[in-house]
Ligand binder design. Structure first.
Ligand SMILES: NC(=O)C1=CN([C@@H]2O[C@H](COP(=O)(O)OP(=O)(O)OC[C@H]3O[C@@H](n4cnc5c(N)ncnc54)[C@H](O)[C@@H]3O)[C@@H](O)[C@H]2O)C=CC1
Ligand SMILES: O=P(O)(O)OC[C@H]1O[C@](O)(CO)[C@@H](O)[C@@H]1O
Length: 393
C-alpha cells in the first residue's frame, strides 16, 4: 500500500485530500496541532465523507492514523516513508508548519528520497509561503539536500468542505460533508519528481496564475456573498447568493472580476467568463448547505493586502476598472462582528478603539493617499447612511 502524510487534519485534509488518497489506495498519516482531533482519529480509525447531493459517492475512510507535530521523531519517520505529502492548515499557519518542518529536518536530516509536498490553501503564493521560511532555517548542508530531494508545489482547491451544524459536529467530529467536486489541479513546474497516481489530481504544465485566478474569482465573489449576506441577515450561503438583492450585486461583481483578471493576468476572456459562471453556480447550489459565518470567518486575514478583496480591487483600479461591489464588500467586511469568530471580535475591538482608518492602514495595508482608501471610506459612509451596519457598530 502506498503512503501519504497530510499536515493538517481539518475539513479539506480529511474531506478532500483524504478522500482522494483513500480512493487511490493510500494509507494516510495526519499531522495536526489540535490533540482532540488526533486522539479521535487514532481511536476511531475511520470517518465518513458525505458527498452532498449524491450519497452513492460517499466514502468511509480507513487506513488512517494521526500524530501531533511535537512527536518529531514519528513525524520524521512518517514523512520519510510517505510517497507524497500534503499541507492544508490555513494559509496563515504555513509559517508554523515551515518552522516545525525545518526543526525536524535539522534534528533528523533530510531523507534522501525525492518527495513532493503539495500545499493546499486559499493563499496567494502558497507554495513559497511554506518554502521560503522552511529553507531559510536550514543549515547549508540541509539546504543542498533540500534542493535535491524536496519539491514544494501548490494546488487549487475548488471543493467546498462545509461546516456542519453543531449537533452533527459533536456527534460525528471526524465526518465531513463535501461538495460533489473532485478535480484537484497542481503546478507541475515545481515538482521534484513525478507524483504517484491519485484519483482526480492532475499536474498541469501551464498552471501559471491558476491559484490567483481561482482566489480572485471564487473567493472574491464568495466574500461578496458572505459579507453582504451577513449584514442582510442571511444564515446560509446559497440563500444569500440566490436572493434578489445579492443576485443583482453578483451580476456586477463577476463583471468587475472578469475585466480585472483579463487585464491583469492576460487570461482568455471567454475562459474567465466560464470560470466565473462555475464559481457563481457553486455558491448558488442549494445542495451545499453551509453557513455564512464560515465563509466570512477570519476577516483580519480576508482584509489583508494579498487576500481576496484588497488585492483584486487594487488591480482593478490600476487597470482603470472601478470595482464598485468589491469596494462595498471591503466596507461591509469591516463590520463583520460574528461573536463566535475570534478574528471578527479582534477586528471589532480595533475598529472601535482605533477607528476605521487605522484598520485600513494597518490591516489592509492601504495608504491614506491611494484611491482605494478614499473609496472604501466613502463606501463605509454610504452603508452607514443606508442603515446596513446599524446593529454592528
Ligand atoms: N473548507 C473549505 O471549503 C475550503 C477550504 N480551503 C482552504 O483550505 C485550507 C484548510 O481549510 P479547512 O480544512 O476548511 O480548515 P480547518 O479549520 O477545518 O482545518 C485546519 C486544520 O489545520 C490544523 N492546523 C492549524 N495549524 C497547524 C499546524 N501548524 N500544523 C498542523 N496542523 C495545523 C488545525 O488544527 C485544523 O485541524 C484553508 O487555507 C482554506 O482557506 C479551500 C477551499 C475550500
Ligand atoms: O477560509 P476560506 O479561505 O474562505 O476558505 C474556504 C472557502 O473556499 C471556498 O471553497 C471557495 O473556493 C469556499 O467554498 C470556502 O468558503
Amino acid at each position: 500500500m502506498k503512503k501519504a502524510i497530510i499536515f493538517g487534519c481539518g475539513k479539506i485534509a480529511r474531506g478532500f485530500v483524504g478522500q482522494l488518497l483513500y480512493l487511490s489506495d493510500f494509507a494516510i498519516t495526519f499531522v495536526d496541532v489540535y490533540q482532540p482531533i488526533i486522539d479521535k482519529v487514532n481511536t476511531d480509525k475511520k470517518y465518513h465523507v458525505h458527498v452532498l447531493g449524491d450519497a452513492s459517492l460517499d466514502s468511509v475512510i480507513t487506513g488512517i492514523s494521526a500524530l501531533n507535530f511535537n512527536e518529531s521523531q514519528e513525524v520524521f519517520d512518517a514523512f520519510k516513508e510517505a510517497d507524497i505529502a500534503f499541507v492544508s492548515v490555513g494559509g496563515k499557519n504555513l509559517i508554523n508548519v515551515a518552522n516545525c518542518l525545518s526543526s525536524i529536518f535539522e534534528l533528523y536530516g533530510i531523507p534522501k528520497i525525492k518527495k513532493n509536498i503539495i500545499v493546499c490553501e486559499n493563499w496567494a503564493d502558497a507554495a513559497n509561503t511554506l518554502k521560503d521560511p522552511l529553507y531559510k532555517n536550514l543549515s547549508v548542508e540541509n539546504k543542498d539536500l533540500f534542493n535535491k530531494y524536496i519539491g514544494i508545489t501548490e494546488g487549487v482547491l475548488m471543493r467546498t468542505a462545509t461546516q456542519p451544524d453543531e449537533k452533527l459536529a459533536q456527534k460525528y467530529p471526524l465526518d465531513v460533508w463535501v461538495q460533489n467536486y473532485w478535480y484537484l489541479p497542481i503546478d507541475r513546474s515545481r515538482l521534484i519528481t513525478d507524483i504517484p497516481e491519485i484519483q482526480s489530481i492532475e499536474a498541469l504544465d501551464h498552471f501559471g496564475n491558476f491559484l490567483i485566478q481561482k482566489m480572485y474569482t471564487n473567493n472574491t465573489s464568495n466574500a461578496v456573498i458572505a459579507y453582504t449576506g451577513y449584514l442582510l441577515g442571511y444564515e446560509i450561503l446559497a440563500e444569500a447568493a440566490n436572493s434578489p438583492e445579492i443576485s443583482k450585486i453578483l451580476d456586477k461583481t463577476y463583471k468587475e472580476i472578469n475585466q480585472t483578471l483579463v487585464a491583469e493576468l492576460g487570461v482568455d476572456p471567454k475562459d474567465q467568463e466560464e470560470f466565473s459562471k462555475r464559481a457563481r453556480k457553486k455558491y448558488c447550489d442549494w445542495t451545499i448547505v453551509d453557513k455564512i459565518t464560515r465563509h466570512a470567518k477570519d476577516p483580519l486575514r480576508k482584509l489583508g493586502p494579498k487576500d481576496r478583496l484588497i488585492a483584486p480591487s487594487r488591480m482593478a483600479l490600476k487597470h482603470g476598472i472601478y470595482p464598485e461591489t468589491l469596494i462595498t464588500t471591503i466596507a461591509e467586511a469591516l463590520f463583520f462582528d460574528e461573536p463566535t469568530d475570534e478574528s471578527a471580535m479582534e477586528l471589532k475591538k480595533i475598529r472601535r478603539e482605533k477607528g476605521i482608518e487605522y484598520v485600513l492602514k494597518n490591516v489592509c495595508k492601504l495608504d491614506a493617499d491611494e484611491v482605494l482608501y478614499q473609496e472604501v471610506l466613502k463606501a463605509v459612509e454610504r452603508i452607514s447612511n443606508e442603515g446596513l451596519v446599524k446593529n454592528h457598530v
